[in-house]
Design a protein. Structure first.
Length: 708
């Protein structure tokens, strides 16, 4: 069973100041701005501030997994700005973004970082009329904002009150229009009342804030019924998703948009939308002459309850996001991140069928105590969650009274007011159920039921794929851990610490390995290596290489000869993969060490009196390339108290970071650490690597210290 998504009432400390984003949007002229934080120890970016966009549009982007193919996630992982200068470039580099927001805009994403910490990221959008590149002044404004925000976050962390994401991101208020003379305001109002054409105004959330008499007459509704509402939610003939999509396009692109709609029975109206940072002005005029063809206008849908554009928008976003989910826990976290903010429920529980029981695989908004009561319920139990799996038919309960009528034993214990129970079925086979809880009664009209049923279908397919992936991943992990040494031998006069850290969230298993061979009473051989690839083949080859190194170490004292013999074996096997390897022979009597490398990252040596050297010995080729490759051996002094650090490239390699700079920084951390215990020292080095940049590869680390 996967670990459930933790119930998270977010911390309520101080917040990121609004001025951080407001100043940046003003200085760069961006139409939309978003600020994300990366909470310590988490792998999800959380939206904390938004400007120039509604909650409805920003909801699917409120939580972004760090490994997602999304511009801000790439910017944070790679620690440099991502610039997308056209709609074509967005569609090419980020197809998920291009599908969900198929509009013409430009985008910049930048990381919020300090010297040792990744704090989050910033996203800015500009209309298409912006030049194809950022100006030097705009780049400087973005960089200054990122530095300023990092400083605020660092100061808060140092004070013991780190800034935390809140439950819902804050939306900055739209710019207020300049104050006008009351007489001028009255004149403007009278002016619009005299116009024979319709004029109205929408805020960025699509709600109508003003309409003149001609506009209300053309729409066939009173101003009182329209003000404060979204027109397409009040007027049945505007409930075609195309019309709401036009509003969304205007908000995102900040460009004029128009469409034609038919007001029954046969009145055609032409709508022109003029967006700005504070809202949208709408001009409505009747269409004279022949009605427009289908290229110019849209007839209302025949159904009385159409699926809203917002529902289709969120459904499309959810479907594209699921394509990037890998394992079951990826799917669970993504479902919780997307469904709760986008589709309206206050709480969510995801149950999967396992050995005839319903196991709580993930939840959001419910307490762990409540979920524990329902975990492992029999699949045959008479509960809504179990019944929908048996019947394959979703169940919707607009109120607790409706639930009680269907299930008389039901007890109201989750503080919700309405529920949707959705079966998760793949090819006729039940895999689980999805429970959505709402904090207010909800009628669940047919269109919403159709959307939620589609959500469940997409989720079921993703879970089925993820289970297959997890099974393969578990096999590879078992293979790799079975081939690594369970414990290193105890060697008199030698302190040793070893650790292995699997790759980051959503990655497959790798081929990192290490070993310590006690070849004679006063000598030992240390090996560390990394096989190319992240799959079962790499894990299996890792075991073969480790076995070969161990066998050759018992008959060869020269690290270069051990590597040469292992290389010949690997080229004979011809697995189609390469491997790096570093071998060190320790002479504990004379306190000397000889080492040779096959393209492996250099070892580090911390001297007893202080200072650390990077041991850049002459490298040989990677194992498996050339059967007759030569591996030069170098010799160094290894006095008692010195610490020799061997590691794989996952400790120093990260996109956007120069590996030499990262190695120098690691050496500095080794020199600066005051830890005497080698296990604690290993933890220091791992924490240093994780603070400096997100890690996406396996890490193996081996520390050796001779004693007197």
């Amino acid at each position: 069973m996967q670990h459930p998504v933790p119930h998270s009432p977010f911390a309520t400390g101080a917040a990121v100041p609004d001025s951080v984003l407001a100043d940046l949007v003003r200085d760069t002229g961006a139409s939309t701005g978003l600020v994300y934080l990366l909470p310590p120890g988490e792998q999800v970016l959380r939206l904390v501030l938004a400007s120039g966009v509604s909650e409805q549009i920003s909801a699917p982007w409120a939580r972004i997994p760090l490994n997602a193919a999304i511009p801000v996630a790439d910017a944070v992982r790679q620690r440099h700005m991502v610039w997308l200068g056209s709609q074509e470039e967005i569609a090419r580099r980020y197809p998920r973004l291009g599908i969900v927001l198929p509009y013409d805009f430009q985008l910049a994403a930048a990381p919020i970082t300090s010297a040792t910490t990744v704090w989050g990221g910033i996203v800015l959008l500009w209309p298409a009329w912006h030049p194809p590149q950022l100006s030097a002044a705009e780049q400087e404004s973005v960089s200054t904002c990122c530095r300023r925000t990092a400083g605020i976050l660092q100061q808060a962390a140092d004070s013991g009150r780190p800034l935390q994401p809140v439950e819902k991101p804050r939306l900055l208020p739209a710019p207020q229009p300049r104050e006008s003379d009351p007489a001028q305001a009255t004149a403007a109002l009278v002016f619009t009342e005299r116009l024979p054409v319709g004029c109205c105004a929408l805020d960025l959330d699509g709600r109508l804030t003003f309409i003149n008499p001609a506009g209300a007459k053309l729409l066939g509704a009173g101003a009182a019924s329209l003000l404060g509402n979204r027109p397409w939610e009040v007027l049945v003939w505007l409930q075609d998703p195309v019309f709401e999509e036009r509003y969304r396009a205007a908000v995102v692109t900040r460009q004029p948009i128009s469409f034609t709609a038919r007001r029954p029975p046969d009145r055609w109206l032409f709508f022109q939308l003029y967006p700005s940072d504070s809202g949208i002005s709408v001009h409505i005029t009747p269409v004279t002459g022949h009605p427009p063809d289908t290229a110019q206008g849209h007839r209302p849908r025949s159904t009385a309850e159409p699926v809203s554009a917002a529902g289709l928008y969120h459904l499309t976003h959810f479907a594209t996001a699921l394509t990037e989910a890998v394992g079951v826990q990826d799917v669970v976290e993504l479902a919780a991140d997307q469904i709760v903010p986008a589709f309206g429920p206050k709480a969510l529980a995801l149950m999967t069928v396992y050995e005839g029981r319903l196991r709580i695989t993930g939840f959001r908004g419910y307490s762990p105590e409540l979920m524990a009561r329902f975990d492992a319920a029999p699949q045959t139990s008479d509960t809504p969650a179990a019944r929908v799996i048996t019947t394959g038919v979703a169940a919707f309960f607009p109120s607790f009274a409706d639930l009680k009528r269907a299930y008389p034993p039901a007890v109201h214990q989750d503080e919700m007011a309405a529920w949707a129970f959705l079966p998760l079925v793949v090819s006729g086979r039940p895999v689980g159920s999805l429970v959505l809880g709402y904090d207010v009664p909800r009628p669940f009209p047919p269109a919403e039921r159709a959307i939620l049923t589609s959500v469940a279908g997409l989720l079921a397919q993703a879970l089925d794929r993820a289970r297959l992936y997890d099974a393969k991943h578990a096999l590879a992990h078992t293979l790799q851990t079975g081939l690594l040494p369970r414990a290193l031998p105890r060697i008199p006069g030698l302190d040793v610490a070893a650790c292995y850290r699997p790759a980051g969230h959503g990655m497959e298993i790798g081929g990192d390995f290490y070993d310590l061979i006690h070849s004679a009473p006063d000598t030992a051989t240390v090996a560390i290596g990394d096989v190319q690839g992240h799959n079962t083949t790499a894990a299996a080859l890792m075991g073969q290489i480790r076995t070969a190194v161990r066998a050759h170490a018992t008959v060869c004292s020269s690290p270069g000869e051990i590597l040469a013999r292992t290389n010949r074996l690997l080229t004979d096997l011809d697995p189609g993969l390469f491997a790096s390897c570093l071998v060190v022979h320790l002479d504990l009597t004379h306190h000397r060490a000889r080492l040779a490398t096959a393209g492996h990252p250099p070892a580090l040596l911390r001297h007893p009196g202080g200072g650390t050297d990077i041991l850049r010995v002459s490298p040989g080729l990677l194992l498996g390339i050339e059967p007759n490759a030569d591996y030069p051996t170098a010799e160094i002094a290894l006095p008692p108290g010195a610490v020799l650090a061997l590691y794989t490239d996952g400790l120093v390699e990260s996109p956007g970071i120069d590996i030499d700079d990262a190695t120098i920084a690691l050496a500095g951390q080794l020199a600066a650490s005051q830890r005497e215990n080698l296990d604690a020292l290993a933890d220091d080095l791992l924490h240093h690597a994780e603070r400096s940049a997100p890690r996406h590869d396996d890490i193996a680390l081996l520390l050796i210290r001779p004693r007197n």
